[in-house]
Write a protein that binds this ligand. Structure first.
Ligand SMILES: C[S@@+](CC[C@H](N)C(=O)[O-])C[C@H]1O[C@@H](n2cnc3c(N)ncnc32)[C@H](O)[C@@H]1O
Length: 290
């Protein structure tokens, strides 16, 4: 079951009122959307965008009143709004990263805890998979994404080991990749603070889904489409994402477009982290359109 992260804080900053319209740019299993719908009746709507067709269809089946669902990427926000005649936009939420469903049920290799195909695509219509990167990208490119997107200090060692291993056989599963990593990473990797595969898996997922470029484009567009006094809330799960959001908000504030509502990012309480491990690295930033 997916537990929506920072739900009370999302409601506090989105501040949904009767008959207002909201966009859930990463609708997933609908956790945040459903909560917003409790506040913006009787006529307010939520436009939910989800790039993963399977997840989109699961939610669509539920036929939730006042929830308009679109299977698309939030980078196409402007077009999606136009096609659905959705205005004014009083608030937008982005909850980045994976849903519990991706880890538990998608069988696309999002987790290093299960032996699955190295896929990692949110949108399975795209051709680039994690296996394609691992088996065909040049060593330097592999090293670059593992270093830049995984913030992994052993990127060179890892990329070299992958190149050696793929000479012998195709690397198609998560456990094959884990075996390669295990052989070249220190036994006490980061003092066991995180699993030794965490950073490499993060890097692959970001590269496969063009996550950082998408966030940059999507959040900038979101600020543009917001109505006057509209609220934007973004929940990120690692420092690369958070830095992008922070800079976009700061820039927009300088340009007089936005007022930042969270001087420092909001983090979950220990209580929330205890109940929902996925929340442990979450950071929420919110702002209001001027
Ligand atoms: C953390 S989950 C959202 C969970 C949701 N807030 C809930 O409470 O159920 C993030 C979702 O964003 C989706 N996603 C990732 N990139 C996207 C994009 N470019 N456009 C739309 N959805 C995207 C993923 O497929 C995933 O389902």
């Amino acid at each position: 079951m997916h537990i929506p992260v920072l739900l009370n804080e999302v409601i506090k900053y989105l501040n949904p009122q009767a008959n207002e319209n909201f966009i859930d740019a990463t609708c997933g299993e609908g956790g945040h959307s459903l909560k917003i719908l409790q506040y913006n009746g009787p006529l307010g709507k939520v436009l939910g965008i989800e790039t993963d067709k399977e997840l989109y269809l699961r939610l669509k089946q539920k036929n939730i009143p006042r929830l308009i669902l679109v299977n698309d990427s939030y980078v196409n926000l402007q077009n999606i709004i136009k096609e659905n005649n959705f205005s004014p936009v009083n608030g937008i939420i982005f909850d980045l990263g994976v849903c519990s469903w991706h880890l538990d049920e998608s069988e696309r290799g999002f987790t290093f805890q299960k032996d699955e195909p190295l896929d990692m695509r949110f949108d399975t219509n795209n051709s680039l998979t994690a296996a394609e990167i691992i088996n065909f990208w040049p060593e330097k490119e592999l090293e670059r994404i593992i270093r830049d997107y995984g913030e992994e200090r052993y990127a060179r060692r890892i990329s070299h080991a992958i190149i050696e291993a793929r000479r012998k056989e195709r690397i198609v599963s998560t456990f094959q990749l884990i075996d390669i990593l295990k052989k070249v990473l220190p036994k006490n990797y980061e003092n066991h603070r995180i699993h030794f595969a965490t950073r490499t898996f993060q890097a692959l997922r970001i590269a496969v889904n063009h996550e950082l470029e998408n966030i940059e484009k999507g959040v900038k567009e979101a600020i543009n489409v917001l109505d006057e006094n509209g609220r934007i809330v973004v929940i990120s799960f690692h420092s690369l994402e958070d830095r992008i959001i922070k800079n976009i908000f700061k820039e927009a504030e300088k340009e007089g477009k936005l007022k930042i509502l969270t001087k420092k990012p909001i983090q979950p309480t220990l209580e929330e982290i205890k109940n929902n491990h996925r929340a442990h690295s979450a950071k929420l930033r919110a702002a209001q359109k001027i």
